[in-house]
Design a protein around this ligand. Structure first.
Ligand SMILES: [Zn+2]
Length: 298
């Protein structure tokens, strides 16, 4: 929760669950605080078919110039049932005429994405997938220094767990040349680490060489930066946001061009903060989740 009042985050931690974080999609209605809250309330009421919830206000971090700083802020949605929480997290983006609301879990979720591998001839089929998975598994198991660093951070066995549970997904990188990469995921990403640790892990994995037997050597590719959802595992052109029914943002045919909002996304003030100098954007989870950046050991 970049830019938010730290004391407020601590108070939100003490609010009884079930609870989630909600925020508006930037292109619609985020400039005016009450209007934003009202609009989110309408969207959530119609989705949940109930008005049994509370949307908090947000508070900016002390000393922050809110006219210049990056929005959006997160709001806390509480007073909901467990069933409502489950329904909200099942649907990370709710779009309607009144606006578009992005839902995030209250506790930071570390993404399952590990690395994109480029340069092999593994095709987008079962054989290609098996070959890349075998190369990824062998390479990660042999990455002794990364393993020992990560286990210091995340605990004994954490890196081994990651490598036991890999999945691979082919990702189109350039629709014109049909060049793609293989994205490697784990279903055992530890949740007790900081976002900075996760980013360090992905940076280290990008330095590895992934040797296949029959399809050449792959290497870790630069991460993508989806302009829509800020994911690092796909380019804007293949963002799942476009397929959301009622989506009001930029479309696949007319993607968002550059920085047309008033948000200073290109300014250097973002660098060196949570995204640790990796340029603007950066990962915010699978669906623009921008959850708290505090450790969530519970
Ligand atoms: Zn996306």
């Amino acid at each position: 929760m970049e830019n938010m009042d730290r004391e407020l985050i601590i108070r939100w931690e003490e609010v009884d669950p079930p609870k989630v974080l909600v925020r508006p999609w930037k292109a619609t209605f985020e400039n005016e605080r009450n209007g934003t809250k009202d609009a989110m309330e309408i969207v959530l009421k119609s989705y949940l078919e109930s008005d049994n919830f509370i949307i908090s206000d947000y508070a900016a971090a002390e000393g922050l110039d809110t006219t210049k700083s990056t929005r959006p802020f997160q709001y806390l949605l509480c007073g909901i049932s467990q069933a409502d929480k489950d329904r909200l997290l099942e649907c990370p983006v709710i779009a309607s005429e009144q606006g578009t609301v992005v839902i995030a879990p209250f506790s930071q979720q570390m993404p399952p994405f590990l690395v994109s591998i480029e340069g092999t001839s593994c095709k987008n089929n079962d054989t290609g997938k098996a070959a890349i998975l075998s190369a990824a598994t062998k390479t990660l198991r042999g990455a002794v220094s990364i393993a020992s660093w990560f286990e210091d951070v995340a605990g004994q066995g954490a890196f081994g767990d990651i490598t036991e549970n890999l999945d691979a997904k082919w990702q189109m990188a350039n629709p014109e040349t049909r060049i793609g990469v293989w994205n490697i995921y784990t279903n055992k990403m530890p949740q007790n680490i900081l976002l900075a640790d996760y980013l360090d892990l992905t940076a280290k994995l990008r330095t590895l060489t992934f040797r296949t037997t029959l399809n050449g050597n792959g290497k870790g590719a630069r991460t993508f930066e989806c302009k829509n959802c800020k994911s690092i595992d796909h380019p804007s052109s293949t963002c799942p946001f476009y397929d959301i029914r009622g989506w009001l943002g930029p479309t696949r045919d007319q993607p968002e061009q550059g920085n047309r909002s008033e948000r200073p996304e290109r300014s250097d003030e973002r660098r060196g903060s949570w995204n640790r100098g990796r340029g603007r954007g950066g990962p915010r989870g699978g669906y623009a989740n921008k959850p708290p950046s505090f450790r969530n050991r519970t």
